[in-house]
Design a protein around this ligand. Structure first.
Ligand SMILES: [Zn+2]
Length: 325
């Protein structure tokens, strides 16, 4: 599942928003380093060739791996914060405007898109290289409209592509191309780093394929619908309690439907998340007489963890819940 580089380049060129900020690149690097204590996290690198603001953790993970010592990466979503619907302080918006490029996903974090529009900073949308799946039936969005939460605009596509390692590998190659075009002097390094990360991620994808190849069950009951790409990639079926947004409250009808699915599929586990209250998932599990376990959507990571380590824990949790060989 590797997109060839020419395809990636074409798509990037077609979709990239580019507002020339090259003249301020050096100043931006210094300013960001000076302000980095005010942002969520940042590699300390005042001599960085590129300064990058990543909208949230998985994009930060890719930026750091592809950029290595050459880039200074800040995350717009603080560690331990759930990134859906984050708000940005004026200071964060200003420092975002001083970076060379913002990595983001459209229709996921409206505040980030507003900041990009306001500052005119160069921005690279993951949706320009990944073909996002259409959102399925989404009870949450209907509920949100009924409750008048007009600011919950998640669009109609599913942003959670990073939970399929092969898609994150495609994205890594595209970020390599993006960095190479912004800093052509170091293009070869970015390209090599991107290829190395993509190889690691494709290897992780193989581990998932193998680990989930022969399981007694294939339905996964999840807290929010973050695992659609993962489920599709490995032959599983996702049953989300909330919709694409973790704050969605399921309707009583949806809860009855999930109880029926647990009954019919013999599911043993309702998955919860570390950043979202497990209250509803625990109630569903308790009513059905099954257990809970953590399946992490990696929208943020705890200290000492990274994408790969959490994904391997997710694989273990899935293999256990689904009784895989
Ligand atoms: Zn999510």
């Amino acid at each position: 599942m590797i997109i060839t580089s020419p395809t990636v380049r074409t798509m990037i060129t077609k979709n990239r928003r580019r507002v020339a900020m090259a003249a301020t690149a050096a100043a931006g690097a210094l300013t960001l380093a000076a302000c980095s204590s005010g942002t969520a996290s940042s590699s300390d690198n005042a001599d960085a060739a590129l300064t990058v603001a990543a909208a949230f953790y998985p994009l930060q993970y890719v930026a750091e791996a592809v950029g290595g010592d050459l880039v200074s990466v800040s995350s717009l979503t603080p560690a331990g914060v759930e990134p859906h619907d984050i708000e940005l302080s004026p200071a964060t918006v200003r420092s975002l405007g001083e970076t060379d490029v913002v990595l983001y996903i459209h229709d996921f974090q409206p505040a980030v898109e507003d900041a990009i529009d306001t500052t005119g900073v160069t921005a690279f949308d993951a949706g320009s290289v990944i073909a996002f799946a259409e959102a399925g039936e989404d009870n949450h969005e209907e509920d949100a409209e009924e409750e008048g939460h007009d600011d919950h605009d998640h669009g109609s596509s599913d942003p959670h592509f990073w939970l399929e390692p092969a898609l994150l590998a495609q994205y890594a190659l595209a970020v390599g191309d993006e960095f190479a075009s912004l800093d052509s002097a170091n293009a070869a390094t970015y390209t090599a780093n991107a290829e190395s990360l993509a190889a690691d991620l494709n290897e992780l994808d193989d581990e998932f394929s193998t680990g989930l190849a022969a399981c007694q069950r294939t339905d996964i009951i999840t807290a929010h619908e973050a695992f659609g790409y993962l489920a599709d990639a490995y032959g599983l079926t996702q049953v989300g309690i909330a919709g694409l947004d973790p704050e969605g409250e399921p309707s009583p009808a949806r809860l009855r439907e999930i109880a029926d699915i647990i009954d019919q599929t013999g599911a043993t586990t309702v998955f919860t998340e570390s950043l979202v209250s497990p209250r509803v998932a625990e109630a569903v599990a308790s009513d059905a007489g099954v257990q809970t376990a953590v399946l992490d959507p990696i929208e943020s990571v705890a200290d000492g963890d990274d994408y790969r380590s959490v994904m391997l824990r997710n694989l273990d949790a899935l293999r256990e819940a689904l009784a895989c060989e």
